[in-house]
Write a protein that binds this ligand. Structure first.
Ligand code: NAD
Length: 257
């Protein structure tokens, strides 16, 4: 599979799944644009490392995905966007009655509204280029719920709905839109939840991983960022040309339960 000559913009890609997806797209030949809201030497260094190890062009563009104007600016500054991976996301865990309204707004803005803005800016470029792929990183929580994650689950169900609408609006164009629904992946987003859970249940790290985090993941294994990158590359392949408006679970059987 060669994506040579294609440009991929991956939101929230200086860490975790986004970075893993960027690596796999670069290994498949795509030029990549990394993004986050920070402006650190390490961010630029990630792009340099991808470029030097894979031979593609890799850039880092700072843009805050909680702001619609910056989402659109990211795509404009990228200059081309054949593959758009909407990945930026945050989590906040609290019961609805205690859920801070500003956290609700931030989760909805970063995990859902950003994808509306980037997609609106990218689709005209894809139409001109005559080819395009929108890949939204949703979650098993886009298909099923858990308590205390109301904003995240609303945003992830929302992005699955947005994916279907984008697919219908591009159905007759050589553009597809799909959502990948990962189960648990051991990234900084999940790592942050472990110490609190260890304290809360007085459990070891291993017990938290097996009995709490992976409780609903029948394989009892984390999905990996490389597997999610590989799934994204597949969705960009010719074999996936007629796959649009759907979800692909990479969740060790979670949503089969
Ligand atoms: P992570 O914390 O490692 O990465 C999140 C990325 O989003 C980081 O690069 C961060 O800088 C970026 N980001 C956060 N706020 C931003 C903002 N305002 N503007 C721009 N970038 C911003 O987490 P991750 O686990 O890699 O999560 C990536 C995506 O995968 C998220 O959408 C998450 O919901 C989804 N996901 C993760 C898991 C999991 O188990 N890790 C499971 C299902 C879905």
């Amino acid at each position: 599979m060669s994506l040579k000559g294609k440009t991929a913009v991956i939101t929230g890609s200086n860490s975790g799944i986004g970075l893993g997806v960027a690596w796999e797209l670069a290994r498949a030949g795509a030029n990549v644009v990394l993004n986050s809201f920070t402006d650190r030497d390490e961010d630029q260094a990630l792009a340099s490392e991808i470029a030097s190890k894979t031979g593609v062009t890799a850039r880092y563009i700072k843009a805050d995905m909680s702001r619609g104007d910056e989402c659109r600016m990211l795509i404009e500054r990228a200059g081309a966007c054949d593959i758009l991976v909407n990945n930026a996301g945050i989590q906040h865990v609290a019961a609805i009655e205690e859920f801070p309204a500003d956290k609700w707004d931030a989760v909805i803005a970063i995990n859902l509204s950003s994808a509306f803005h980037t997609t609106a800016a990218a689709l005209p470029m894809m139409r001109v280029a005559g080819w395009g792929r929108v890949v939204n990183i949703a979650s098993a929580h886009g298909l099923t719920a858990s308590p205390y994650k109301s904003a995240y689950i609303a945003a992830k169900h929302g992005i699955v709905g947005l994916t279907k609408t984008v697919a219908l609006e591009t159905a007759e164009d050589p553009i597809t839109a799909n959502a990948i629904c990962p189960g648990y992946v051991l990234t900084p987003l999940v790592e942050k939840q472990i110490p609190d859970t260890m304290r809360k249940y007085d459990m070891s790290r291993e017990d938290v991983i097996r009995n709490v985090l992976l409780e609903r993941q029948p394989s009892k294994q984390f999905a990996t960022v490389e597997q999610l990158g590989g799934t994204t590359v597949f969705l960009c392949s010719d074999a996936a040309e007629q796959i649009t408006g759907t979800t692909i679970s990479v969740d060790g059987g979670w949503t089969a339960l």
